[in-house]
Structures are given as structure tokens and as C-alpha cells.
Design a protein around this ligand. Sequence first.
Ligand code: NAD
Ligand code: UFG
Length: 339
Amino acid sequence: MRILVTGGTGYIGSHTTLELLQAGHDVVVMDNLANSSTESLNRVQELSGRTASFVQADLLDPQALEAIFAEHSPEAVIHFAGLKAVGESVAKPLHYYRNNVAGTLNLLAAMDRHDVRTIVFSSSATVYGASEEVPLVEDMPMDAVNPYGRTKEQIEDILADLGASDERWSIALLRYFNPVGAHESGRIGEDPTGVPNNLLPFVAQVAVGRREKVMVFGNDYNTPDGTGVRDYIHVMDLAAGHLAALDYIAARKGVKRWNLGTGNGSSVLEVLAAFSKAAGKDVPYEFAPRRPGDAAVSYADPSAARAELGWSAGRSLDDMCRDHWNWQKQNPQGYATQA
Ligand code: NAD
Ligand code: UFG
């Protein structure tokens, strides 16, 4: 297929673009480079031995979207582009609603005009909010607790309404749990701008010497060791999940929601231990107060994706830490260190 990948130079988009190219799909990547650089795409092309088209464009620019559809005639869209920093979304809600929600409306309008009605959307486990019931199942109510999460919830609602209004649409809403790790080559990986918000990139930057120590947010949760529990999923398993979802919806109409997680929860201390083992050195840490808005425990029931997509996430926490570390040690400053 010819696939438009929005946000394709970003973390998950670059790994998925690699998988798409390796599976023989033709890819056009569009990204405004707000949180990424084209170096990821250079490396994806080098790894796959194939080229993808790249257009630097913004979802908020309808004319640019129109030109992409006119020129490249994609048959399906995988829509990663969006802003994702929870704290920033609290500080700048309008910026987040405009970029993520209005940007998606522009994309959907362009798709409709060009008779492209197959879309895989990057949603998030964040739509489950602070639910205390685990594992999380797709039919639980959405209850996001911050503006970022509400953009995901609103886009899911928009896509569900669209699918209900017109049976020609094929829509996959993929709720990612906690994507970590990197391609096994270490050539592409996660390269956050500024201070990382998420645990794994922070741990990796401490291990490589860019930061002094990890702050563990809370050790008084009702969990076995008192620290927060999450469902970490290897980014290459996640990328494979997109291909499986695309295959599924390319052959069927309607709207589907799938959790993409492993179904296993790991605590912050378990992650620190696994990463220390992978890096062959202790990663210093200190306990700190809980981070506001954090759930104690979050992990998926991934059985729907297994049953319907024939997909499951096979890589272990040790695999995730090994590959994340391999990327970080080869690229201590991320893509800024050219190899
Ligand atoms: P990322 O920031 O690395 O990638 C997103 C890309 O979108 C970036 O390259 C950015 O430049 C681009 N972008 C943002 N706004 C744009 C716009 N208006 N026009 C064009 N391009 C734009 O993030 P990621 O981790 O790869 O996440 C991809 C998607 O998955 C996002 O929608 C994110 O919300 C979602 N998601 C991520 C996680 C996670 O923990 N990484 C978890 C759940 C869901
Ligand atoms: N944590 C620390 N120290 C840190 C960072 C995180 O102790 O420096 C802890 C958190 O308190 C939490 C766990 O590590 O218990 C994981 O935190 P992350 O920030 O890595 O991940 P979250 O589960 O909080 O949230 C992430 C994304 C959200 C997304 C969600 C579900 O940030 O955008 O996963 O996909 F919605």
C-alpha cells in the first residue's frame, strides 16, 4: 500500500516507518519537525535500503495537506503527529487542543476529499485516566485527567462519530501503554528534547552520564515495592502492532479500539534493576514525592489485539532495556551526535 505517516520522523513513527518499508509498503512521511529531525528518517532509509518521501508540513496547514494528498495519493494514513507532554498540555491547553484536535480535523477533511478512509490513530492508555481497576479493557469508560489525554479522548470520539456517520471508513484506535526501547541496531531510538518526562529516557540519560540521578516519584503506592507499576512495551512490538492493525482494517469497515501492551506490569524499581543490568552499572536514584496525576498501577488486557489481530508483544523488559541502552550509548546526545 501507499501509506501516509504523519509524525513519521518522531519516536514511534520512525520505528513504524522502518517496519512499513521492510514489509514492502510505500511511505510518505509528513512532519513539521516540532519534536524531531530528519536524521531519524535518514537512518530508517539506511536500515531498510529503501527510500520514503518526506514532506515538512504542519497539520494546521490545510493547503499543505491538500498538496500531499494530491501529489502522493496515499491509500491509508497512520496518524502519529501530535504533541504529547502532559505538563506542557496543562500549561498550554489551547496549543494542545489546536495542534492535536484541530490538526486531526484538517487531516480527516483532506482524507475525505481524496476518498482515503482508512486510518490508524495513535491513542493512549492515558484515556483510561486514574482508573483503579486493572487490567484495563477497551470497553472501560474514558476519563482522561489532563488536556493531553483529553485531546486523545476527543479525537477518539471524533473518529467514532465519523465511522458511525459513514460506513466507508475503516478506523483503528490504538491505545499504547508505555513505549520504550529502540530498534535493535541502535541506529534509531527515542530522542526527547530537554528534560525527559518519561522514565526510560531519563534512566538512560543518567546511565550515559548526562544526568546525575533518577528521581523515583513515590514509594508509598499500594504496589509490591511501593513504586508505580506500568505496562512497558518495546517500540518494535508496537510498530508491528500498527502493521497488524492496518492489515485488519484495510480488509474491513468500521471503528475498532485495541490496547497495545504486554499485559505485564513492572515497577519503577524493577525497571531500574533491569536497566542497571543491561548497562552493566548502577543507575543512581533517590525517592521523591509522588508526581501529581500518576496512577499507582496501569497495565493492559491485550487479549483483544491478540485474538483479532493475531498480534502480541513478545519482547521482555530485559530486551527493552538492552535495546534502549544500545541506542543511548551509541548516541549519547541523541540524533545530534552524527555517526
Ligand atoms: P514524537 O514527539 O516523537 O512524535 C510525534 C511527531 O509529530 C513529532 O515528530 C512532531 O514533530 C510531529 N508533530 C507534532 N505536531 C505536528 C503537527 N501539527 N504537524 C506535523 N507534525 C507534527 O512522539 P511519539 O512518542 O513518537 O508519539 C507518537 C504518537 O503516539 C503521538 O500522537 C503520541 O501522543 C502518541 N503516544 C505516545 C506515547 C509515548 O509514550 N511515546 C504513548 C501513547 C501515545
Ligand atoms: N517515573 C519516575 N521518575 C521519572 C519519570 C517517571 O519515578 O523521572 C515513574 C512515574 O511516576 C510512573 C512511571 O515512572 O510510575 C512511568 O512514568 P512515565 O512518565 O514514563 O509514564 P506514564 O505512565 O506516566 O505516562 C506515559 C506517557 C503518557 C501516556 C501514558 C500511557 O507520558 O503520555 O504513558 O501511554 F499517556
